[in-house]
Design a protein. Structure first.
Length: 302
């Protein structure tokens, strides 16, 4: 009875695995969709890299800020974003993101997209604002990604604390993204990605479909020949070690998420799901053999 129930449940389990694998395998594509837009990736070859220079910015209020979103991974040491404010030809002042938390947070470690604000209050300046320079400083190197970068100015009477709290920057927006051309960014020396976002999603999705079909075939085979089905599951489980090792290597070599994620997903699910199926099929096969032997040894009733 147990064997019959298992044979009925095995195709259902494998179909659930198929759906689960397809959904998880396409996560890199879904994640890539959420990150679409004007994203600028900047790798710092030297401690400081210039991102943009704006000559004679059209700022008419005392308080203004450079705002946007930043993302980075495994940054060593302490880095920061920097806004130089040049008044006339002699006066130079800066704003730097060196706080422990908030929109002025320093650049260190790893973070997903978060807002940044580089404000400056020019009240009391003797000369007119002549130039703005936007830089990223990473003393130990690394790479950051920027998006939604813009220069905003706040209405008169806005305090610095209010500007820092307003990460959505409701002040008047002055376009800046066009001032940060991709060609002007330093060359990213990280290893070239093995494949792009779309390819990574297709690799995971197609593999999930094939795994589900294979699971259905195993369930069908288990009804006729449990040992053969167990052998297939065992081979697939052992084969799953290869993408697991490859995914680990991709992660250590700082490959992007869409490269190492499908490999690690396949490498974890294949040994676990098919390995458990193989163990259960072997147990069921032994039970069936013992039942047959017991039936043969039992003398017929007179």
């Amino acid at each position: 009875m147990r064997i019959g129930v298992f044979n009925l449940l095995l195709p259902i389990m494998n179909n659930c695995f198929l759906l689960f694998a397809i959904v998880l395998s396409f996560l890199p594509v879904l994640r890539a969709e959420t990150e679409k837009g004007a994203v600028f990736r900047v790798a710092a070859d030297s401690p400081g890299s210039s991102l943009a220079v704006i000559a004679e910015p059209k700022i008419t209020t005392p308080l203004y800020a450079l705002v946007g979103e930043i993302k980075y991974e495994r940054i060593k040491g302490t880095g920061y974003l920097e806004l130089w404010n040049v008044f006339g030809s002699q006066q130079r002042y800066f704003s730097r993101s060196l706080a422990d938390t908030g929109p002025l947070q320093k650049i260190t470690g790893t973070t997903d997209w978060r807002p940044f604000v580089l404000p400056f209050d020019r009240t009391g300046a003797d000369a007119p604002l002549s130039q703005l320079a936007f830089n990223v400083v990473l003393p130990q190197g690394g790479a950051v990604s920027l998006r939604k970068v813009r220069l905003v100015q706040y209405p008169s009477g806005t305090t610095l604390d209010q500007a820092l709290a307003d990460t959505n920057a409701t002040g008047e927006s002055i376009g800046l993204e066009a001032s940060i051309p991709k060609k002007a960014a330093p060359i990213d020396k990280k290893p070239k990605a093995w494949w792009d976002n779309t390819t990574g999603g297709w690799i995971g999705g197609i593999t999930g479909v094939l795994a589900g079909l294979l699971g259905g075939f195993v369930g069908w085979t288990a009804r006729k020949n449990p040992r053969r089905a167990a052998s297939i599951c065992l081979l697939v489980a052992i084969g799953g070690i290869f993408p697991l090792a490859l995914g680990g290597l991709a992660f250590l070599r700082q490959q992007p998420y869409v490269v190492y994620y499908p490999l690690l997903l396949i490498g974890v699910l294949a040994p676990v799901v098919f390995g458990l199926n193989a163990c259960q099929l072997v147990k069921n096969s032994r039970r069936e053999e013992l039942r047959r032997i017991s039936a043969m040894d039992t003398p017929p009733s007179s």
